[in-house]
Every structure is written in structure tokens, then in C-alpha cells.
Write a new protein. Structure first.
Lengths: 100, 185
């Protein structure tokens, strides 16, 4: 039979739906050896809130900022931390209160 | 009237003491039962040693998110060949097969030799030995484009641990990846 290989991607990207079910986030995880970087490739609009890294912990590259030495050590931990960040961002968008 | 329905058979108050199983024996028994269960549940994938060594050599020695194609004789479920997709686009989190080259090789080289697509193998970062949602959506696409394939073999190599975990995705249940094991020939 004529096997066809279509275009596509094997991806470790995750889509996260917020707890309230209204918003979607896309995350890409990049293994750096000792730790894993998290990139957020889709998130809801900040809705006029300050989008600086200090408030959102999100660089313009999409990378989520972690304190040096506190980065997720495994992919499992990275997924958990990405979900936590997503819920934090929704809270920040809603209230404008940022965590340091 | 005498009826025997309500009669209760009295058990003797004392009975022979039961022989207690040691925790070590119980542990061994549970392990044995689990092993049998796993062997029954897990589907076997037949793969040639050369194909297996080649794919482990290529994928476990390189950074994660690389991959290649699994091939076998037409009309069988055997895997006899592995082709490492050197020109596939790989990022830290994704592997996009070079489908143009693979399709050309399929047309010009593999199909005339009596080989057909059996599946794709790719590697994952960290210790992740499971197919992700992204992987499953591409596998569904592959199955939908190839209606002659009843199942798709999709092993995951974990280079960090030099380990491989085979999976089978059946056409009947495309949302479920069944864990499998390799049988060598």
C-alpha cells in the first residue's frame, strides 16, 4: 500500500486550560540538562495590566522567569510550575496584584 | 413442624491455627502476579536486533527530540529496518519529520524493496517516556492518511536514561496509546 507521511510535529508542547475553563495556555518545555526552561507560546491578553517581567515573570521571548537555582529540575515539575504560573497570571490580570 | 431452614451449624470455637505467610513470600507472590499481568497486558512488537541497535545507537546518543521511521516487510507486523531522519527539524521540545525526503525514499527505495511504514520512533527530553498530546495528534493524522495501517508503532527513546518505551496506537482506539514490549528476532 502507498504509505503517506503528512507534515506534522511530534511535540512535547502542552496546552493548559485554566481552572475556570475560560482560558488556554500553550507551553513548550526545553530540556537544558540540569533544569527545564518553560516557554509560554499562548496566553490571554494582559488586559491593560503592566506586562513587565517583574510583574508577569514572563520575558518577551516567552520564557518564564525563575529565580536562579529555583528552576524546575524535571519535565514533570516544569509542567506543574507552568500550571501554577498560568493560574497566577489569571489572578494578576484580574486583580493587578503581582507576586515578587 | 420442624424445619431445618433456621438451623445454624455451629462452628467449633477452636480451629487449627493458620500458617501465616511471611511478608517476603507475599512480596514475591505480588511481584510474580504483576509480571504475569504485565506480560499478558503488554502487546509484543517484533523487531530485528539490527534495527533496534541502530535506533538506540542513533537516538540515545543524541539530544532529545530526534527521530526516525520504522519499516518492515509489507503485510507483516515485523520491524526490520530503521531510518534515522537526519534532516528532520528538531528543537528542544519538538521533532518535525522531513516528510518530503521520507516520502521520496518511500516511493523510490523502500516500497520497491517490499518495505512499508510501521511507525515512528522519537526521543523525549528529561525522563518523559510517554506520548504527549502533541504526539498523539500527529499519530492520528498519520493513521488517517494511511487507512491501510491498522496500528501505529510509536516507541519513545529517553536518551537521559538510554531507555526505550514502545507504544502501539490501534486504529480502533486512536486516543489511547497502549504500552508494549519488544520481542527480538
Amino acid at each position: 500500500m502507498n504509505a503517506i507521511i503528512p507534515s506534522g510535529i511530534f511535540s512535547t508542547k502542552d496546552t493548559y486550560r485554566s481552572k475556570n475553563g475560560l482560558y488556554y495556555f500553550d507551553f513548550d518545555f526545553v530540556d537544558r540538562g540540569k533544569y527545564t526552561d518553560i516557554y509560554c507560546t499562548r496566553h490571554p491578553s494582559f488586559n491593560g495590566q503592566d506586562s513587565s517581567v517583574r510583574k508577569t515573570h514572563l520575558y518577551s521571548s516567552g520564557k518564564i522567569c525563575f529565580v536562579g537555582g529555583k528552576e524546575p529540575r524535571s519535565l514533570w515539575e516544569a509542567r506543574r510550575r507552568a500550571k501554577e504560573w498560568a493560574e497566577y497570571i489569571l489572578e494578576y490580570i484580574r486583580t493587578g496584584k503581582a507576586q515578587s | 413442624m420442624h424445619t431445618t431452614r433456621n438451623k445454624q451449624i455451629k462452628k467449633p470455637l477452636t480451629s487449627a491455627p493458620r500458617k501465616r505467610c511471611s511478608s517476603r513470600t507475599t512480596g514475591k507472590f505480588i511481584k510474580y502476579v504483576l509480571l504475569v499481568y504485565i506480560l499478558i497486558i503488554m502487546v509484543a512488537i517484533k523487531i530485528s536486533r539490527t534495527a533496534f541497535y541502530e535506533l538506540m545507537y542513533q537516538l540515545s546518543s543524541k539530544p532529545a527530540e530526534r527521530g526516525g521511521i520504522l519499516l518492515g516487510p509489507t503485510g507483516t507486523n515485523y520491524i526490520t529496518h530503521f531510518y534515522f531522519d537526519r534532516s528532520g527539524v528538531c528543537t528542544g521540545g519538538t521533532y518535525s519529520p522531513d516528510y518530503t525526503t521520507l516520502n521520496r525514499r518511500m516511493r523510490q527505495q523502500w516500497r520497491p524493496s517490499g518495505l512499508e511504514l510501521k511507525g515512528f520512533v522519537h526521543s523525549h527530553a528529561g525522563n518523559l517516556d510517554q506520548l504527549t498530546a502533541g504526539d498523539m495528534s500527529y499519530i492520528k493524522k498519520l493513521l488517517s492518511k494511511n487507512p491501510h495501517m491498522n496500528m501505529f508503532i510509536a516507541p519513545i527513546v529517553v536518551p537521559n536514561q538510554h531507555r526505550i518505551q514502545p507504544y502501539i496506537i490501534s486504529r480502533d482506539s486512536m486516543n489511547y496509546a497502549q504500552r508494549a514490549h519488544f520481542e527480538f528476532f
